[in-house]
Write a protein that binds this ligand. Structure first.
Ligand code: SF4
Ligand code: SF4
Length: 377
């Protein structure tokens, strides 16, 4: 059974999981959508490139779990069927991130569910404003009938998720599902919901717990971490690449996987790098704000870059967990890596999967996070 805790554990092992960002399209239109998905959002237009994207994901042996998100993946019938079939045939476990807007599934959607291991279904007051329970209940039942584990993801305690599950699956719903309570990720359309957030001294930011799982978009764009703002164009260009074919995508993934700075941020965080770029006395709301500033400065300051390389080399043994070994983050949650079991992914860094918590499943965050460079400059 692929529970949320198992998914999270895989996400914290370097390159044990990845996310396929299947589409920017979604018909639901939630006010809190962290990726600003729209009914007319971009979608797959270059099918040969998309096939190569899926092929590369299938070919990375270390990826045990591949999540499929968007936008709403069920709006991409052809792409979703193709990707699910290919990934499962390659031995990957597939996790679907959806709102359940599809209700009673069509035969092709049932086939997708049949092949998947887990469905993370976003439900909260924002979703409920756009989707009635009458719409979502058949979707929940279809997930159950397909034998998928269901993670019902809600924001805070703003909705009685247990009542929804009881209505859909009966009193024994815990045999088939769990509830993951998460926080609002105030990016995308949710940015207007941002409230003041605590700030922290730059050196205090520890390991980033979502930098071990890359995100690959349908059009060949790939980001080094699970911060969905990066894949959608925010943050430093150094954290993403645009691949034009399978070879470039594989090369991009390899370079991110081996990148010493990313490994250091995963194991130690951006905090220790702050003094190297003159940010030791600055305060930030969010780990990604500091990460972006550090990344940019290391790219333009040769002296700082040399000092950073020395630091990375010094700590290299600690930054290369093996695929079979629990990562340091697993063993020792830190303030920057707090995650609650079922579930709660709770790192300071927004991720798409969490974020899907705010979308369908979007994110998780109590701490607002800078959406663009202006926030962190
Ligand atoms: S701190 Fe944020 S931007 Fe940096 S690697 Fe982690 S998730 Fe990505
Ligand atoms: S939160 Fe999910 S369901 Fe809502 S608009 Fe965004 S992608 Fe669609």
């Amino acid at each position: 059974m692929l529970t949320y805790a198992r998914i999270e554990a895989a996400r914290r092992r370097r390159w044990a999981s990845a996310l396929l960002y299947l589409t920017d399209r979604c018909p639901v239109g939630c006010a809190h959508c962290s990726v600003n998905a729209r009914p007319d959002g971009a979608r797959i237009t270059d099918w040969p490139l998309f096939e190569q994207v899926v092929s590369v994901l299938c070919g990375v042996e270390s990826f045990e779990i591949v999540g499929i998100s968007g936008g709403e993946p069920f709006t991409e019938r052809r792409g979703l069927v193709f990707a699910t079939d290919a990934l499962v045939a390659a031995g990957k476990s597939v996790v679907l991130y959806t709102s359940g807007f599809w209700g009673e599934p069509a035969p092709w959607a049932r086939r997708v569910l049949d092949r998947s291991s887990c469905v993370v279904l976003g439900t909260d007051t924002f979703h409920a404003a756009r989707l009635t329970d009458d719409r979502v209940v058949p979707a929940i039942r279809a997930v159950r009938e397909a034998g998928c584990w269901l993670v019902l993801q809600a924001i805070g305690t703003d909705r009685d998720a247990a009542a929804l599950l009881t209505r859909a699956l009966g009193a024994a719903w815990r045999d088939h599902a769990e509830i993951h309570v998460t926080g609002l990720l105030t990016v995308g359309r949710a940015r207007s919901l941002r409230t003041s957030a605590p700030v922290r001294d730059a050196p205090g930011f520890g390991p980033c717990t979502v930098s071990d799982a890359p995100v690959v978009r349908y059009d060949g764009r790939v980001s080094a971490c699970c911060n969905e703002t990066v894949i959608t164009g925010g943050g430093p260009p150094a954290l993403r690449r645009q691949a034009r074919d399978a070879a470039e995508l594989a090369q991009s993934l390899d370079s991110f996987e081996a990148d010493p700075m990313l490994r250091f941020i995963s194991s130690h965080g951006p905090g220790p790098l702050a003094p190297l770029v003159g940010l030791q006395d600055r305060r930030f709301e969010h780990i990604c704000q500091l990460c972006w500033r550090v990344t940019r400065r290391l790219g333009t300051d040769p002296g700082a870059s040399v000092a950073a390389l020395a630091l990375f080399t010094e700590h290299a043994p600690d930054t290369q967990p093996t695929p079979d070994a629990p990562s340091r983050q697993d063993a020792e949650p830190t303030p920057d890596a707090q995650r609650t079991p079922d579930a709660q992914r709770t790192s300071d860094a927004p991720s798409r999967q969490d974020a899907q918590s705010t979308r369908h499943v979007p994110p998780t965050r109590d701490v607002p996070f800078a959406q663009n460079e202006g926030d962190v400059s």
